[in-house]
Design a binder for this molecule. Structure first.
Ligand code: NAD
Ligand code: 2VS
Length: 486
C-alpha cells in the first residue's frame, strides 16, 4: 500500500509520533494509502523550515529567478501529467476527462499565470508638491508577507491548492500546506516536483492531518505563520479566523455557496440545458461554484425541467478507470450520508422529486462506494432548508419565476454570495442582472469559464478577499511606501 509522508524542508518524513491514518477510495472504500499524521512538533519543524528558507537562497532570488523556477514547476507538472491525473483520480474517484481537461492542467497554469503577473506588474508612484517647491516622490515596494499557511479542501484538491501556492511563491513567500485529509496525494507529488526542479528546501512544505486539534489547527494557530489562505466550508473559515485573530494575522478565504442559476425564456435553450447540467452535476456536484438553486422563467419551465431530467438520467456511473464512465462517487461515506440526509429532508419538506433522490444500483465492489443519484426537485418554498443550505452534492431545486425583480430577490435571498450563472440573449438584461445579483462571480451564458487574471472570490459568507491576477498580490505581498524628499 502507498505510504504517504509529510514533506518538510525538502524531505519526505514520517510523523514524529509515527501516527498514521488511512485514505480510502471513494469508489469502493478500500484503503489505498497510509498517511503520516503530522504532530505539533512536525508542524513546528515545517514552519521553522519555511522561516529559514525565507532567509536562505529563496529570499535572495531575483524576481526573474523565481519566475523561471515557477515555469519549471509548471513544466515538470506537465511532464508528470499522467502521475498527477492518476493520483487525483485515486483520491477523488472522479472521471479521467475531468482531471485531464480541467483540474490537472489548472495546476500547471496556476504557476505560470502568477509568474507572468509578478514579472509584469508595475510599481505605484506619486509625485507630490512640498512647501519648499522641490517636491517629493513616493513609490511602493512589494515584499513577501513571509510564511503562508495554505489550508485546502478535497473537491478539486490540486487546482485549489496550487491556486494559492502559485501566487504565494511568485511573490517570494514560503508555504506550509495542509491538504484535506481526504485528498493528500497530489500535494505530496508536488513535493517531488519541487525537489526535481531545484526549488530550495523549506520553500514548499506539506503537513498531513485533520482540522481541529490536528495539523490544520496547528498550522493556523502557529505564531510563525504570517498569513492564512483557506478554501473550504464557511464554518471552518470562522474557526480559522478566530485562530488568525491571535497575532492579528491576515486571511484570504474562499468558502461555501448556494449559487443560483437563472434562465430566461429568451435563452439559447440547448446551450442553457448543457451549461446547467455541468454546473449542477460536474464533479458529482462537489464544486463550490455549482448551481443548487435554479430559477427558470415560467414559459419554458416544464420544458427545461424535462430536458435536465433526461440528461441527469443518462449519466454513466463508474470508477474513473472504467471505459465510458462519466459520473463518479462522492468523496466519503460521511459526505454521502450528509447528501442523502438532504435527499430525505427534501421529501419531508414537500418537494416533488423529478429524478434521483437515492443511491444507484452498483455491482460488485463498487456497491461499497459513495454513490448517489443526480437529483432534481421542484415545488419547495424559498425558505426550505434544501433551498437555503449548501448541500455540496449533485442536486438542484428548480422554481419558476415571472419577473426580473422577483428573480433578483430570490437569487439574493441567501447568506452566501459566491457565483451565479445567467442565461439570456438580451444583453441589456444581462448587464442589469450582473449588477443586481450580489455575488463575486457572474457568468452570463457560461459557467466556470475562467480567465485567471480576473478577481475570484465571494461576497457575504462566501469569502474574504479576492485572488487571481494582480488581486492575489494584495494578499501575498506587503506593500511599503517609500517617500523621497527631492
Ligand atoms: N469558494 C471557493 O472557491 C471554494 C472552492 C472549493 C470548495 N469550497 C467549499 O469547500 C467546502 C468543501 O470542502 P471541505 O469539506 O474540504 O471543507 P472543510 O472546511 O471541511 O475543510 C477544508 C480544509 O480545512 C481543514 N480544517 C477543518 N477544520 C479546521 C480547523 N478548525 N482549523 C484548521 N483547518 C481546518 C480541513 O482539514 C481541510 O484541509 C464546501 O463548503 C465548498 O463550498 C469553496
Ligand atoms: O470548487 C470550487 C472551484 C473553485 C475554483 C477556483 O478556485 C478557480 O477556478 O480558481
Amino acid at each position: 500500500m502507498r505510504q504517504v509522508n509529510n514533506f518538510i524542508n525538502g524531505e519526505f518524513q514520517p510523523a514524529d509520533s509515527a501516527q498514521r491514518f488511512e485514505k480510502r477510495s471513494p469508489v469502493n472504500n478500500q484503503v489505498i494509502a497510509s498517511i503520516a499524521e503530522a504532530s505539533k512538533a512536525d508542524v513546528n519543524r515545517a514552519v521553522q523550515a519555511a522561516q529559514q528558507a525565507l532567509k536562505g537562497p529563496w529570499g535572495q532570488f531575483t524576481t526573474e529567478q523565481r519566475v523561471a523556477m515557477l515555469y519549471e514547476v509548471a513544466e515538470e507538472i506537465t511532464r508528470r501529467f499522467d502521475d498527477f491525473v492518476a493520483a487525483e483520480m485515486a483520491d477523488t474517484g472522479q472521471p479521467s476527462h475531468v482531471m485531464k481537461q480541467v483540474f490537472i492542467p489548472r495546476g500547471a497554469a496556476n504557476f505560470k499565470i502568477f509568474a507572468d503577473v509578478i514579472k509584469n506588474v508595475a510599481s505605484e508612484s506619486f509625485q507630490m508638491a512640498t512647501p519648499d517647491g522641490r517636491g517629493a516622490l513616493n513609490y511602493a515596494l512589494r515584499v513577501p508577507k513571509g510564511v503562508i499557511g495554505v489550508i485546502s479542501p478535497w473537491n478539486a484538491p490540486f487546482m485549489l491548492m496550487t491556486w494559492k501556492v502559485g501566487p504565494a511563491l511568485a511573490c517570494g513567500n514560503t508555504v506550509v500546506v495542509k491538504p484535506s485529509e481526504e485528498t493528500p496525494l497530489t500535494a505530496t507529488l508536488l513535493g517531488e516536483v519541487m525537489n526535481k526542479v531545484g526549488v530550495p528546501q523549506g520553500v514548499y512544505n506539506v503537513v498531513n492531518g485533520f482540522g481541529p486539534d490536528s495539523a490544520g489547527a496547528f498550522v493556523t494557530e502557529h505564531p510563525g505563520v504570517d498569513a492564512i489562505t483557506f478554501t473550504g466550508e464557511t464554518k471552518t473559515g470562522t474557526a480559522i479566523m478566530k485562530a488568525a485573530a491571535e497575532g492579528a494575522r491576515d486571511v484570504s478565504f474562499e468558502m461555501g455557496g448556494k449559487n443560483a442559476g437563472i434562465i430566461f425564456a429568451d435563452c439559447d435553450f440547448d446551450a442553457a440545458v448543457d451549461g446547467i447540467f455541468r454546473s449542477a452535476f460536474l464533479n458529482t456536484g462537489q464544486v463550490c461554484l455549482g448551481t443548487e438553486r435554479l430559477y427558470v422563467e415560467r414559459p419554458i419551465f416544464d420544458k427545461f425541467v424535462q430536458a435536465l431530467k433526461t440528461k441527469a438520467e443518462a449519466v454513466n456511473y463508474g470508477a474513473p478507470t472504467e471505459h465510458g464512465s462519466n459520473f463518479g462517487p462522492l468523496i466519503s461515506k460521511e459526505h454521502q450520508q450528509k447528501v442523502l440526509s438532504y435527499y430525505k429532508l427534501a421529501v419531508e419538506e414537500g418537494a416533488t422529486v423529478v429524478t434521483g433522490g437515492g443511491v444507484p444500483d452498483m455491482q460488485g465492489e463498487l456497491a461499497e462506494g459513495n454513490w448517489v443519484q443526480p437529483t432534481i426537485w421542484t415545488g419547495l418554498n424559498d425558505n426550505a432548508r434544501v433551498v437555503q443550505e449548501e448541500i455540496f452534492g449533485p442536486c438542484c431545486h428548480i422554481s419558476p419565476f415571472d419577473r426580473e425583480d422577483e428573480v433578483i430577490a430570490l437569487a439574493n435571498d441567501t447568506e452566501y454570495g459566491l457565483s451565479t450563472t445567467i442565461w439570456t440573449t438580451n444583453l441589456s438584461r444581462a448587464h442589469r442582472m450582473a449588477e443586481a445579483v450580489d455575488v463575486g462571480i457572474t457568468w452570463i451564458n457560461s459557467w466556470f469559464l475562467r480567465d485567471l487574471r480576473t478577481p475570484f472570490g465571494g461576497s457575504k459568507q462566501s469569502g474574504i478577499g479576492r485572488e487571481g491576477g494582480v488581486h492575489s498580490l494584495e494578499f501575498y505581498t506587503e506593500m511599503r511606501n517609500v517617500c523621497i524628499k527631492l
